[in-house]
Design a protein. Structure first.
Length: 158
């Protein structure tokens, strides 16, 4: 039996149960490297490593964006660890690495880095998508956007 494309069907082709290991869950002001996240999750059981880079773009809702600043609530690190553990428990993944950046970011900088390993691609893609969605929904981080016309706006956190 194999997994469907979204990884929702069980796959008894594994030798061992998924490890569901959190390799990294960090809220940091350091620049993020998606490849470094990927290197943390690989392993002999990984038939797939899926990555995601949430990158600062130069526009939002039709307005030019010059730069962003992310600030967090003091509970952000704990919340991120809980979100990662929750999603890993719901998906047959081997390892997960997730980081959200804080501070001033320029267009092109990585704000969110995610890497997931699993035995099969469908499982890895599904878990990666779920992680991105849940981090955006639950992480107490606010985005301060500085727009091209000199104005600025705050984008609320969950």
């Amino acid at each position: 039996m194999t997994s469907d494309i979204l990884g929702t069907a069980p796959v008894p082709s594994r030798l061992d149960e998924p490890a569901r290991r959190t390799a990294l869950a960090a809220v940091t002001d350091e620049p993020l490297d998606v490849e470094a996240h990927a290197s943390l999750v690989g392993g002999p059981a990984a038939g797939a490593v899926v990555t995601f880079a949430g990158v600062v773009r130069d526009h939002d809702h039709g307005a030019p964006v010059d730069r962003l600043e992310y600030v967090s609530h003091p509970t952000a690190q704990r919340v991120l660890a809980e979100v990662v553990a929750q999603v890993a428990a719901q998906h047959p993944v081997d390892a997960v690495a997730v980081s959200h950046r804080l501070g001033a970011l320029a267009v092109g900088d990585v704000a969110l880095a995610v890497a997931v390993s699993a035995a099969h691609r469908g499982e890895a893609f599904a878990a990666c998508a779920a992680l991105v969605d849940e981090v955006k929904a639950q992480l107490p981080v606010w985005k301060h956007q500085f727009l091209g016309d000199g104005t600025d706006e705050w984008v609320a956190c969950p």
